[in-house]
Ligand binder design. Structure first.
Ligand code: PRX
Length: 655
């Protein structure tokens, strides 16, 4: 992709200094402190991170060296140190705040549960013992396919306790997507639930899991099923057991397995630019450090906060800022099973009031959806405890930012627009809320110790302000991805081939303004961002061509007011192009098909049928042309090479 496509059109000149009341109490409360951290980090990054790792983590065995570059780009951090994450998140709080509420859970149907650190510790130990009793060894993979219930965090922590590697699969993914992930990871154990409640409906997780297991997943030996909905589900003799039955006889004490800092904590599958999702592999020590320091620097999180990150544990945000970071710091957090608008459009604000939320972190797509419902909804609730707001997952448009700032934060709460990725493990570029003056739509500057840059096609720095380029990270950082599970080559090719071993390629484009603020402009690869979720266009294309009637498909994104981007699929059928009712019915069928193959998040908003796809002479699909058509833009590309110009009219036809 050439530089001409990395052009920025957004200009935003508003500047919001940090509210004095916030800065006064913040842990990084003035520019000098931040400057001091940044200069310490730039003098000697490895010692900087080592100091934090010593201060923030309880090590079973201390590490002797911080960064090992010998296998670059597989960087290793604190490699000879030993620790256990579950010990760091739970045991180390027991003496001083064991009875403090760790998780306030709010169910879709309005029920609540308060779980103390001690209770969670007990449940984690019981499940960990049950897993050990079933032969799960350190390094074995365990797939977790659960709704947003405390047991999801408990299951993750239990894996960490015995050194098993968890791979959480978002409950909105289909049976097929679950099967692919189980098979790629060769998981031995699956932890799921009879179902989950979401917006008044039941999500049939066990039934989806059964469909996955009926069609493969030979590596799975046992399935632990949480009773959440109480609706009957078939249980397979000798394979499936109820969670409550397996933990009943287990002691609430479980000696943690001490693992090396580089021991994989989890895999999390994410979309890339091929049809096959990649298992992003994270470490234990470096990952934990990233989660902890960013909770402090970005969220200013302290023991007295009630933190609510609305992300599902199926995404990386739910790993770093639900399952690990807040617990490592001994905070109280809210976990919510449902959706922002059910049973009413004030649900998020109702929960903030009810549970005394002090820090609220959500996605721009949710903010846009809530903004549409009207300014008067947040005013009906007491949001006075909120002191900090955050966003993640996609660029936030200044209009949504202003709405969030005025109507939720009442112009007294800073907003941290946090840029990061599944691969980065923790937040990389973000305002530091007590210090940074905010610009709506910008994620401000890289955090201390993070060396970001913007480079051109050749990998040279772009120093000039406001010129778009590739966003790269120039130095390793502790919570970075270690490899792609089972595919070191793909890891190197994806992140470290374009500009060599020393520049991590994020796949995003960005510009930096004259004040050094970063403005993320979007992906430069074939990845879409729909409602803050990453979707590979090739993945959706492969799903479409797996349908018996589809010969070929091209998927692109178009801007969408609510979801940021929406999926548009151009489909060539085997045989005749359908017309009239048949066309409408087939488009509906294909939408359902994609939902079955991947999940509802990948369902195309538009499906367009044509006799052919526009291709170059060498047979490459002309994606830019298709993108322009999907967006209803003027076509500026040269179309003289098209075999059949008439297909342009077909491609423009909406279903
Ligand atoms: O394009 C960027 C966008 O989301 C991508 C990462 O997606 P994922 O791995 O699913 O992780 C999402 C949650 C961390 C990035 O490459 N993105 C994430 N945060 C922002 C963003 N784009 C703009 N602004 C953000 N704050």
């Amino acid at each position: 992709m050439g530089n001409e496509t990395i052009q920025s059109t957004l200009t935003e000149n508003r500047l919001f200094p940090p509210p004095a009341a916030f800065s006064r109490g913040a842990s990084i409360d003035d520019g000098q402190r931040l400057e001091h951290l940044c200069s310490e980090a730039s003098r000697d990054p490895a010692s900087f991170w080592a100091r934090h790792a010593q201060e923030e983590i309880t090590w079973h065995k201390p590490f002797s060296s911080a960064l090992d570059r010998s296998r670059a780009p597989h960087f290793a951090w604190f490699a000879d140190g030993e620790l256990n994450i579950s010990f760091n998140c739970l045991d180390r709080h027991l003496a001083r705040r064991g009875d403090k509420t760790a998780i306030i859970w709010h169910g879709d149907r309005g029920e609540t549960r308060h779980l103390s650190y001690r209770e969670i510790h007990g449940e984690v130990c019981r499940l960990a013992n049950a897993m050990r009793a079933r032969g799960i060894q350190p390094g074995d993979r365990v797939v977790i396919y659960l709704p947003m219930v405390p047991e999801a965090v408990i299951a993750m922590q239990a894996c960490a306790r015995i050194g098993a590697i968890h791979s959480v699969v978002f409950g909105g993914f289909s049976a097929e997507a679950l099967r692919d992930r189980i098979e790629d990871a060769q998981a031995r154990l699956l932890i799921t639930a009879d179902g989950g409640h979401r917006a008044g409906k039941i999500i049939e997780l066990k039934r989806a899991a059964d469909r996955a297991l009926d069609h493969g997943c030979a590596s799975i030996e046992s399935v632990i099923v949480l009773a959440r909905t109480g609706h009957g589900v078939p249980m397979k003799e000798g394979r499936d057991e109820w969670w409550h039955a397996v933990v009943a006889a287990m002691p609430a004490h479980c000696e943690p397995t001490w693992v090396g800092a580089e021991h994989p904590l989890f895999l999390l599958y994410t979309s890339g630019s091929t049809g096959k999702p990649k298992g992003i592999q994270h470490s234990t020590g470096g990952y934990l450090l990233g989660a902890i320091v960013t909770c402090k620097w970005v969220f200013d999180l302290t023991e007295s906060d009630v933190f609510w990150c609305t992300a599902d544990v199926g995404w990386v945000t739910g790993h770093s800022y639900v399952a690990y970071g807040p617990l490592a710091l001994g905070a109280t957090e809210v976990m919510y099973e449902g959706t922002p608008t059910y049973p009413h459009g004030g649900r998020f604000w109702e929960l903030c009031e009810r549970h005394g939320v002090t820090i609220f972190y959500t996605a721009p797509t949710a903010i846009r959806a809530l903004m549409k419902l009207g300014d008067d909804i947040p005013t009906q609730f007491d949001l006075s405890k909120i002191r900090l707001l955050g966003t993640v997952g996609e660029p936030i448009n200044p209009e949504a930012w202003m709405w969030y700032y005025i109507h939720v934060g009442k112009e007294r709460c800073p907003i941290v627009d946090t840029w990061w990725q599944t691969e980065t493990g923790s937040i990389m570029v973000s305002p530091v809320p007590g210090v940074t003056a905010l610009k709506p739509g910008s994620c401000a500057r890289p955090l201390p110790g993070i060396v970001a840059g913007i480079v051109d096609e050749a990998g040279n720095d772009i120093a000039a302000p406001d010129q778009g380029g590739y966003l790269v990270i120039k130095e390793p950082w502790p919570s970075m991805v270690r490899t792609i599970w089972g595919d070191d080559q793909r890891f190197k090719d994806t992140y470290f081939r374009r500009f060599g071993d020393s520049l991590y390629v994020t796949g995003d484009s960005a510009r930096r303004d004259a004040d050094g603020y970063y403005w993320i402009m979007g992906r430069v690869d074939d990845v879409l961002n729909v409602a803050g979720h990453r979707l590979g266009t090739m993945e959706i294309e492969s799903a479409l061509v797996a349908h018996a009637r589809v010969a070929e498909a091209a998927v692109v994104g178009r801007p969408d007011e609510l979801t940021g981007e929406a999926v548009v699929a151009f489909v060539v059928l085997k045989g005749q192009r359908p017309a009239g009712d048949e066309r409408v019915a087939l488009a509906k069928e294909l939408r359902g098909w994609v939902t079955e193959q991947i999940g509802a998040i990948a369902r195309p908003a538009d499906i367009r049928f044509s006799d052919n796809l526009p291709k170059t002479r060498s047979g490459k699909i002309m994606r830019r042309l298709i993108r322009a058509i999907a967006r209803g833009e003027e076509i500026t590309q040269d179309t003289s090479t098209l075999e059949n110009e008439a297909i342009l009219d077909q491609l423009r036809e909406k279903q």
